[in-house]
Design a protein around this ligand. Structure first.
Ligand code: SF4
Length: 336
């Protein structure tokens, strides 16, 4: 429990937020669909990256019905570059469920929001509070950091006990009314003042309530699994201004990637690049296809000019952007 009265804590926080809170596009709307889109996009992704995607997405899929009707390829294409594509698939599935089961309108009911596919406790609470102003607690990375420091919680936060502590502290601090304002302010405090490495305690509106002894050392987490190094080989096959691509059924399900090679060819790659994926570090090597290279049934030839319309994950897009100009072929991946 917080070592201070919640009622005295809230006022300076709200006053600070009214003065310093950012004008973010999803804070200007009460549309549950738009807020759900922003919450999916903001998972694991910085605000500055999300803003153009959010605006582009709402122009392309303005409501649950339009997203529900879209095919998966169009959804993945609009998400292209944001990564963690399971979020796009889950958002698509949630829209289809809203369109089919609740008449295309998200209900003002936490349990019903939480029952949608791919929506966890945080996202359900965020939509309930930001769209419907419900007084429900929410805990995401920024709020978790603030709460762990305010209460000087020195044990890991990513355990059952740590999560219980954060959610119950968030509940105690929550006012009965104005949930949206309170939760927005707490989250913003984490984003702008209670920063991960160097918290700006001298500027903090709730410093006098804070019990943190060594704030920069909090929150603690369990030790991460060791990073696993992987090498993957792919082919670069061109034929009369067409390129061979393969539809992924694994890591980037539904997206188009350079054809995988079962073995590393005995020659130098045209290109190598590294990228992270969960707890892996992957080295992608791209080899020129030889004349004997035989496409299989999962692979298709695409005109280079059509690449901009295909969902292609970032590492493969980077490889194509590097390799096509070397053949005097231009790939324009400008988002359509
Ligand atoms: S005083 Fe410092 S550590 Fe405590 S909540 Fe404010 S910024 Fe975070």
């Amino acid at each position: 429990m917080p070592p201070f009265p919640a009622s005295r804590f809230r006022q300076p926080l709200i006053t600070w937020f009214r003065r310093h809170g950012r004008d973010l596009p999803w804070r200007r709307t009460r549309d549950p669909y738009a807020i759900l889109v922003s919450e999916f996009m903001l998972q694991q992704t910085q605000v500055a990256t999300v803003v153009p995607y959010y605006e582009h997405w709402l122009a392309r899929f303005p409501d649950f019905a339009s997203l529900a009707r879209a095919d998966e390829s169009a959804v993945l294409h609009a998400w292209q570059g944001l990564g963690y594509y399971a979020r796009a698939r889950n958002l698509h599935a949630a829209a289809q469920s809203v369109a089919k089961n609740v008449g295309g309108v998200l209900p003002n009911d936490l349990a019903k929001i939480a029952a949608l596919p791919g929506i966890g406790r945080y996202t359900a609470g965020a939509v309930a509070t930001f769209a419907f102003d419900q007084a429900v607690p929410i805990v995401e990375a920024n709020i978790a950091r603030v709460l762990a420091r305010l209460t000087n919680w020195e044990k890991p936060i990513d355990t059952a006990a740590g999560r219980d502590h954060l959610w119950s502290t968030a509940s105690v601090l929550l006012p009965k009314k104005n949930g949206r304002l309170h939760n927005s302010a707490l989250m913003e405090l984490g984003a702008l003042i209670c920063l991960p490495r160097r918290p700006l305690c001298a500027q903090c509106p709730v410093q006098k309530f804070c019990a943190a002894v060594e704030p920069a050392a909090l929150p603690r987490k369990r030790a991460k699994p060791r990073q696993v190094l992987l090498h993957e080989s792919h082919a670069f096959a061109l034929r009369r201004e067409r390129i061979l691509l393969e539809q992924s059924h694994a890591r980037w399900r539904g997206m188009w990637i350079l054809p995988r090679l079962a073995a590393v060819p005995p020659r130098s790659p045209l290109l190598q690049l590294d990228f992270p994926f969960t707890h892996h570090r992957i080295t992608l090597s791209v080899f020129a296809a030889t004349r004997s290279f035989l496409p299989n049934e999962k692979q298709r030839w695409f005109p280079i000019a059509q690449l901009a319309e295909l969902p292609v994950p970032s590492p493969h897009r980077r490889a194509l952007e590097e390799l096509l100009p070397r053949q005097n072929l231009c790939s324009t991946f400008a988002r359509t």
